[in-house]
Design a protein around this ligand. Sequence first.
Ligand code: UDP
Length: 329
Amino acid sequence: MKILVTGGAGYVGSHAVLALRARGADVVVLDNLRQGHAAAVPAGVRLIEGDIGDAALLDPLLGEGFDAVLHFAALSLVGESMQKPMLYLRANAAAGMVLIEACLRHQVGRFVLSSTANLFAGGDAPLDEAAAIDPGSPYGESKWMLERALTWAGRTRGLKSVALRYFNAAGADPDGRLGEDHDPETHLIPLAIDAALGRRPELAIFGTDYPTPDGTCIRDYVHVSDLAEAHVRALERLAAAPEGAALAYNLGTGHGHSVRAVLAAVGRVAGRAVPAQEAPRRAGDPAILVASAARFMAETGWAPRFGDLDTIVATAHAWRVAHPGGYGG
Ligand code: UDP
């Protein structure tokens, strides 16, 4: 199988490249390297530096003949998207549609979209695929627009697609080959680890008055290597799906952890408490976001291998300790 991975030099995309290579796939990465890292692309994988919205680049590339496209490349910060809505809609939705159109021109049979829990407003119970769509930000909206575009590409042109709506991607390759390196870093687990290691100032706990048992937000942290494996399963699922199928699944562990519970886990793993202070809520954060992945598990046999929070944190911690400067260091 020949597979194009957009955003394959980024956090989740690079872990998916490893999973595909382990299955013997011929992988090509397309990444503009604005957030991705060339060092995250394994030796022997072709890396093309460019944009998903560049039809002149996509035509000769997809003309080589690809069985599938895994589409990760995106701007992905919810908060930033509230500040720059049109940038997010253009960079993710409009450019993503250029990519989908190119896939149609070049008869790519299968498309897997990296989608998001930000499609949902949140709720007390684990969210399944019947939960109401109510994007919380222009970021979530941009992914929803791509899901809708894929539905129409399926209905009118037969493209088979899966949208994987993942909750909080976390952790690092258990073999230490890859990890999380964002600039700026905004995610809870790497910030908490760096605070425990004394590399950053105290962590700000965004909101302690949420309607949750300890007052802090609850999220479903799912290991990045489990997400990578989910993409392989999604491709297999599509192979058996009828022409034009546009599938969507929620992906998580089904277990939520509060911000304070994450800080406690980081403290246990690092052997040092995370210095933290209480701070106001961050705009756009729902109180509780937990996924029900029951449908995906039933239809693909997928199950999280690294579902335990301490295991997730331990893999992230090991990578941060080994790579203090991320890929650049
Ligand atoms: N969070 C926090 N302090 C930080 C970063 C994040 O309290 O410095 C909280 C955030 O409000 C959310 C949870 O941690 O409830 C996870 O946030 P993250 O940015 O990691 O992922 P998101 O849920 O936004 O995708």
